[in-house]
Write a new protein. Structure first.
Length: 265
């Protein structure tokens, strides 16, 4: 009799962790049902924890990290780290389009409004340059385009080890419909720049940001997001740091000669 009771008790103890895991997963599905746009891993984890503080953080992590793999008939990932119910997959295009079209803000805010703030951010916030200027337009006078911001990094007098001068370029886009074009332009700037940045609205669709993140890592381009609705406080955030490389000095000298007075005076 005692043996039988002990076996029943052990079975109950074995079932308890399974029940907790099941509750966590059911809560995850419930939350995803409430958010057709999907939830990022950290958002989903935090909402589950808030729903029941008794849930152990490690148990939550172990229960949801692979929801799309464990339940492919229910959950998928439209982009890295974003969980979404499969029933909302048909709405993906609509959500992406709505997010993209909401960025320009009725032409009240100009792209040029962000040039000087980004130049200042490059110099004073992340100290990637010692001097930077807004450029844009057609200053370089060719079809390969002109960076919106360009800067230089020169050794300071106080530096014990003095490195060579570096050129840093940036392409800024407020229109999320132009991200592919912006990426191509930024790639072109690597021809004459030691580092290149692509600066895009944080309001862009998650899938677009995710693709750019991967592409920028592959091509060694810096990726920065910003609030395209607030020129006075863009809140620049770096997602991918650029890789330094050696440009073609023929083109570096060609283009720097056209802005020598502005950048090197």
């Amino acid at each position: 009799m005692k043996v039988a009771q002990h076996q029943v008790k052990n079975r109950r103890n074995d079932m308890q962790p399974r029940r907790v895991t099941e509750r966590i997963k059911n809560k995850a599905f419930e939350l995803l049902q409430q958010h057709p746009e999907g939830l990022r891993y950290s958002e989903l984890r935090d909402k589950i924890q808030a729903s029941d503080p008794a849930f152990n953080g490690n148990t939550i992590n172990g229960s949801i990290w692979n929801l799309d793999i464990a339940f492919p008939e229910k959950v998928y990932k439209p982009s890295k780290g974003l969980f979404r119910l499969l029933v909302f997959r048909d709405q993906e295009q609509d959500v992406s389009t709505t997010s993209t079209l909401s960025v320009p803000v009725a032409n009240k805010i100009k792209e040029e409004d962000f040039y000087s703030p980004f130049a200042d951010w490059l110099k004073n916030e992340i100290e990637d340059v010692t001097h930077a200027i807004p450029l844009g337009g057609s200053k370089f006078k060719d079809k390969w385009g002109t960076p919106d911001v360009i800067g230089k990094k020169e050794p300071r007098r106080s530096d014990v080890i003095k490195g060579p001068t570096e050129i840093v370029s940036a392409e800024i886009k407020t229109d999320s419909n132009q991200l592919i074009t912006a990426f191509g332009q930024t790639c072109a700037y690597k021809l004459f720049s030691h580092k290149a940045y692509l600066v895009v609205p944080k309001q862009s669709a998650d899938d677009e940001i995710s693709r750019l993140d991967s592409l920028c890592q592959i091509f060694g381009i810096g990726l920065v997001t910003f609030d395209s609705m607030k020129p006075a406080n863009p809140d620049f955030r770096i997602l991918v740091r650029p890789s330094k490389h050696e440009p073609d000095l023929f083109y570096t000298n060609k283009y720097m000669a056209r802005i020598e007075e502005d950048l090197f005076a």
